[in-house]
Design a protein around this ligand. Structure first.
Ligand code: NI
Length: 136
């Protein structure tokens, strides 16, 4: 992992791909990932791990299918939310957002089970960032 500080706003300007997380750091066996998102992700579920979201910019909605029914949580900039393991969910952002996620290294963006993946969703365990150290 990078052994120098990474400015998130700069890391976010370094790529344009949507729903395609970049790994900016690692904490024990967890990845810290950032992503630009707009439109809809897919319904999917992580059978073995929770998934943490922090909204860096914009607004993120996460639809949830819980035993009691379906609901949507809305996260404004600066909000956090954790989707519990085993809960089917679909993030979406009609007007776009930048998000940070915390999840175990190797976690697939589309989970262990998912509906058909559209072309705009990147099926990945996260891409490395090749950010250079900041000049003084
Ligand atoms: Ni997920």
């Amino acid at each position: 992992m990078p052994m120098h500080p990474i400015a998130l706003h700069e890391a976010l300007t370094a790529f344009d791909a949507l729903w395609s997380p970049r790994i900016v750091s690692r904490v024990n066996d967890y990845d810290v990932r950032i992503a630009k998102v707009e439109g809809e992700h897919v319904w999917h579920v992580h059978d073995h791990t929770d998934e943490f979201f922090l909204v860096l910019d914009g607004e993120l909605h996460i639809a949830l299918r819980e035993p009691s029914g379906e609901r949507t949580v809305t996260l404004a900039k600066g909000s956090v939310f954790t989707v519990p393991k085993g809960t089917e969910h679909k993030p979406y952002a009609p007007t776009g957002a930048a998000i940070l996620m915390l999840e175990p290294t190797g976690t697939l963006t589309v989970g262990d089970r998912h509906e058909e993946v559209p072309a705009h969703v990147d099926v990945t365990t996260g891409h490395r960032v090749d950010a250079e150290p900041q000049s003084p």
